[in-house]
Design a protein around this ligand. Structure first.
Ligand SMILES: [Zn+2]
Length: 205
C-alpha cells in the first residue's frame, strides 16, 4: 500500500504510532524501533505493509519503503510540505469513508510543490478541499456582520469572507479570489496575498 505520513507519536523508547493517509482510509499503525529501519517523518510518502497484531487493536507497520520526492533534499520545501501535510491529521482523524480525494490531493500537490511557490500550490489545493467538502464560500457576504462586501475581501479561518473593517486582516481583490475559486489558480494573487492565505491555512483546514 502507499500513503502519506500525516502524524507521528513517539511512544516508549523509539517506537512510534504512525498515522498514514492512504487511498481511501486513514491507518494508525505501530512501528517498533529498529536500527535497520530508515528514518520516517511527517509528509513522507511511503510504501508499506500492515501486519495484524493478535495482542493489540492496532496493526504493525512493516516493510516500509520511502518514496522520495524530487525536491526532498530542499529543506525549505520539505519544511513547508510538513507544515501542510500535518494539517490533515487533525482534520481527518475522526472522519469515515475518506475516498481517494485526500490522497490524490496530496499526490498532485507533491508533484507541483517545486514547480511554483509551494504556498500557492497549498492554497490552490485547499480551495479544492473546501469545494469537495461543500465549504467554499464564494458569496460576498461578511461572515461576521452578514452585510454584503463591496470592496476587497478579508478571509479568515476556513476562508470565510469578511469585511476588512470587521476583522482588520489583509483585504484580497475580488477578481483574484474569483479566479482562485473558479479555476483553482492563484495567478492573480500577489505574493503578499498568498502569504496571507497560507497563514490562514496554517490555522487549520
Ligand atoms: Zn462585516
Amino acid at each position: 500500500m502507499q500513503g502519506y505520513i500525516i502524524n507521528l507519536n513517539k511512544v516508549k523508547d523509539e517506537d512510534l504510532i504512525v498515522t498514514i493517509l492512504s487511498k481511501g482510509s486513514l491507518e494508525t499503525l505501530y512501528r517498533f524501533y529498529g536500527a535497520r529501519h530508515g528514518t520516517i517523518n511527517i509528509g513522507f510518502k511511503i510504501d508499506y505493509e500492515i501486519e495484524p497484531s493478535a495482542k493489540s487493536t492496532i496493526g504493525r507497520l512493516k516493510d516500509v519503503i520511502h518514496i522520495g520526492f524530487k525536491w526532498i533534499n530542499d529543506y525549505k520545501l520539505l519544511r513547508l510540505w510538513q507544515d501542510f501535510t500535518g494539517l490533515f491529521y487533525k482534520h481527518l482523524k475522526d472522519a469515515e469513508d475518506l475516498g481517494s480525494f485526500y490522497f490524490e490531493l496530496l499526490d498532485n500537490a507533491s508533484n507541483e510543490w517545486n514547480k511554483q511557490n509551494p504556498k500557492r500550490v497549498a492554497v490552490e489545493s485547499y480551495v479544492k478541499l473546501l469545494e469537495h467538502e461543500g465549504r467554499l464560500h464564494k458569496e460576498h457576504y461578511c461572515f461576521l456582520c452578514s452585510r454584503e462586501i463591496k470592496g476587497d475581501i478579508s478571509l479568515i479561518r476556513a476562508y470565510l469572507p469578511t469585511h476588512y473593517n470587521c476583522t482588520h486582516t489583509l483585504g484580497i481583490k475580488k477578481e483574484a479570489l474569483n479566479e482562485l475559486y473558479e479555476n483553482h489558480s492563484t495567478l492573480f494573487l500577489s505574493d503578499k496575498e498568498v502569504d496571507r492565505l497560507w497563514s490562514v491555512l496554517m490555522e487549520g483546514l
